[in-house]
Structure formats: C-alpha cells, structure tokens
Unconditional design. Structure first.
Length: 453
C-alpha cells in the first residue's frame, strides 16, 4: 500500500500536552495513519542547515525544515499573507505585491521540493496543502518526481477577473496544473479555478472537472472538510460542567449569549459583526440588557500592518458600542483577543443561544460545525452563518445572511433570540445530520480516492 506524504507550510509535532497539535492535523483525522510522512516548516527561523530534521510521534514521521529570517519575511509575511491571502479573499484593496517577495515565495517552494525529494519513495502519494505551497508540485516535477501529487486549497479560489490583478497570477495557475489532482471545499471555488484555466490557458474542462495540461490529465475534486462531531459534542458536555462555563453562566444572570470565535483576521468580518450587534440594540430595544455578545478573536499575524490596524478598529468599535449602551450591571460586548482552549470554546458554544459565524469570505469555517456539534438536543441554539462561508453550502438550515448587511444580520439575531424551541430543534436536527456525516475520514478519503485512481 502506498505511503501518504503530507506537505504543509507549518508542521507542529504532537507532544503529551498537545497530542494532536494544529488544525490540519485534527481535520485530517484518520489520514494520519501509522507510516505517514508529514513534511513542512518547523516554525523556526535561523541558519540551522538545510537538511530536514526527522521526528517520530504516534507512528507518524515528521520531517521539518527551518527558514531564514529573510525567507520568512518574503515568503510568509510578504507574499503569502500580504498578496495571496487578500487576493484569494477578494480583498484587492489589501493586495500588497512586491517582486522580491514573489521571488522569495518561489525560492521557498523550490527549497521545500529539494528537501522533500530525497525522502520520497517511488509509490508515495504526495498531498500538498494550501496557498503557501502552490508551486511545490511544479518544483517536484522539475526535479524528476514521478509520484502522484495532489494539492488541496483550504481557502477560496477566485474567478479570472480577480486573479488577473496579481502580476504573477498566470505563473501560479500553471503551477497548480502540475498537480494530478487539485481539491477545493466547494463547487464555487472549484468552478472559479476551472474558469481561470479556461480563460488564461485556453483549456476547457470535461463534465467531471478534469482537463489536459501539457499532455497530462489534471483532475479536480470538491471535498468539504469536517470535524469529529461526536468527540466535540462530548468535549462540550464535559466543559459545560466545568468552572469556566459556570462562571460565564453566573455572569450572564440568565441573559442570552451570542458568541463568535475567530482568528483576528479581516476576512472574518468582525467590524461588520460588531456593527450588526449595534444595529440589534439600536432597532430592537427589547434586547437591551437582555443579551450579551462574547467575541473571542485570537491574535494572529501581529507583524502584518493590516492586522494591527484591524485590532485598533475593533478596540474603537467595542468601546463605542459599550459606551453607548452599557448599564451599571450589563455590558453588551465582551471582547477577548487571547486564544481559548478547544475545550473552553466547546463549553461556551453549548451555553450560547446564538452562534454568529459571519466571515466576509471563508473556504469552509469549522466554527460553524463545532457550534452545531456542541448544542444540547433538549435546548439547542441557533446558528447564523454567512452566505460567503463554504460551510453555507452544507448547513442550509442555519439562518443564512449577507455579512455586509448589518440590518439583515441584526434581524437574524433578533429572529434567533425569539425562535421557539420547536423550530430550534427542527433546524438543529437537520444541521446535526450533516455535521455528523461530514467526518474527517470522509474528507480525507474523498480526496485520496481521486488521487489514487
């Protein structure tokens, strides 16, 4: 049987304190079978040689490489997060392109391929993940790799008119065509990629989404990523009996809780979300003093200017809203920028009447699925979900909203708070069936079955 080789930008080796570190590790689930090789950046910056360091943990071999300070800034901070991330989230106003950073991106992708190649066996299945590594497959091919190589994009792909704004867009598109299989979370993202292939490369795709590039068949696949819903539900039940949840219940004094949990990122639409909550309190006076919002926004990419600006904007918004509506015994918005444990979040989701998941663009968004999994069957909460999250393709019984429309989101929160138990149960049961069916194993097998074929 072929060995699976996973390639990702960042590799976090499991420890006793963090037995399955990293979101991708959780998402891949059963794909991390004994014998798997996982290759990527160690997270370290310096000049510690260019040979991969090998570590075995839980039957998986982790091979990690370091980056120099310049590689980190050009490849990761500069091009990946300053150019590709905004482009692929439709934020052309945030696109910050520099040729030397693009060159740094190309160099690091080549470095990944050079360091990985000696570790490969002839019959390996190589699975490359996400936008930082578009060009690893092309670089492996150029160095003689004959293995089956697949790529999965965990964030949106964009239509031709958006990709065209990136000076090196065609180069990246051709790089993606070096893979045997290219995967996406939704048909929308897959179709956007195929539209770019047709527009810029003149290649029409077959009904199954495959096309021929330079004499080689390239397949595409839609594979929605999921969670281990049963495990998360059990975590939520245990957490709900813990001290942290007891403290938040006591602090609410029977008020309803609206919860949001995101990385602090402009793609998540947090200013829009706060403005919508402002509209709720402005238009629906009956909720004043009766509902509180908890927004957890774990800091990320703090060395990127846009993220520093976002944090200042959110601080001002929360201060303004709380200043206008607070009473001596009630604060409308509780806002945290430190990360909470998965267990703590699960418990908070369980006691929240409303889960507010309103990104401006998102490849999938697993918070929506976690919120559903955490609910009590006897008294479930209501999920409000952005139409621009990949999860909206599956979770149709949520209240689907346009996150750019503060009035619509405010009305959805009002609807959720007023919704009777019967409707809440009916919506949740339908959502539960989808979330429980979309396991990590199904995601992994959907992609790998196409790659093996």
């Amino acid at each position: 049987m072929s060995r699976l080789v996973i390639v990702s930008n960042r590799v976090q080796i499991p420890t006793e304190k963090a037995p399955r570190a990293g979101g991708l590790a959780v998402a891949l689930g059963s794909g991390l079978a004994p014998g798997t090789l996982w290759f990527g950046w160690s997270g370290k910056r310096g000049h510690n040689g260019r040979t991969p360091s090998l570590h075995d943990a839980q039957g998986v071999t982790y091979a990690t490489i370091d980056l120099t300070e310049k590689e980190y800034h050009d490849f990761y901070v500069g091009f990946s997060n300053g150019a590709l991330w905004p482009l692929l989230h439709y934020r052309l106003d945030y696109l910050d392109y520099h040729r030397h950073q693009h060159q740094g991106y190309c160099d690091v992708n080549a470095y990944f391929a050079e360091a990985l190649l000696p570790l490969l066996k002839d019959d390996d299945l190589v699975w490359v993940h996400d936008y930082q590594l578009f060009l690893v497959g092309e670089n492996l091919r150029a160095r003689g790799a004959t293995q089956k190589i697949g790529f999965f994009l965990h964030i949106p792909f964009v239509p031709p008119e958006i990709l065209d704004a990136l000076p090196c867009g065609l180069e990246l598109l051709r790089g993606l065509c070096a893979y045997d299989v290219v995967g996406f979370h939704t048909d929308e993202h897959r179709n956007a990629f195929l539209s770019c292939v047709e527009t810029f490369l003149g290649l029409a795709s077959a009904d199954d989404g495959s096309f021929v590039f330079e004499g080689r068949l390239v397949k595409t696949v839609t594979a929605p990523i999921g969670i281990d819903a049963e495990e998360f539900a059990q975590t939520a039940v245990r957490a709900a009996r813990g001290a942290e949840v007891r403290r938040i219940r006591e602090s609410l004094f029977s008020r309803a809780l609206v919860i949001g949990a995101d990385r602090l990122d402009y793609s998540k639409g947090l200013p829009n979300r706060f403005r919508a909550f402002d509209q709720l309190l402005e238009r629906f006076h009956e909720h004043r003093g009766k509902v509180s919002m908890l927004q957890v926004a774990a800091r990320s990419r703090e060395d990127v200017d846009r993220y520093q600006q976002l944090r200042r904007t959110l601080d001002r918004l929360v201060g303004d809203i709380n200043g206008r509506y607070s009473e001596f015994d009630w604060i409308p918005i509780r806002y945290m920028t430190r990360a909470l444990s998965r267990k703590s979040l699960a418990g908070f989701y369980r006691v929240a009447r409303v889960g507010l998941v309103t990104p401006l663009r998102d490849g999938m968004n697993l918070v929506a699925k976690e919120y559903v999994a955490a609910q009590s069957s006897a008294d479930p909460g209501v999920l409000i979900l952005s139409r621009f999250a990949g999860a909206a393709d599956e979770l149709k019984e949520a209240l689907i909203v346009n996150p750019y429309d503060a009035d619509e989101v405010a009305e959805a929160i009002d609807q959720a708070l007023a919704m009777d138990l019967g409707e809440r149960k009916e919506r949740w049961q339908a959502l539960r069936e989808r979330v429980w069916a979309g396991t990590p194993a199904r995601f992994t097998e959907t992609f790998l079955s196409v790659l093996r074929d």
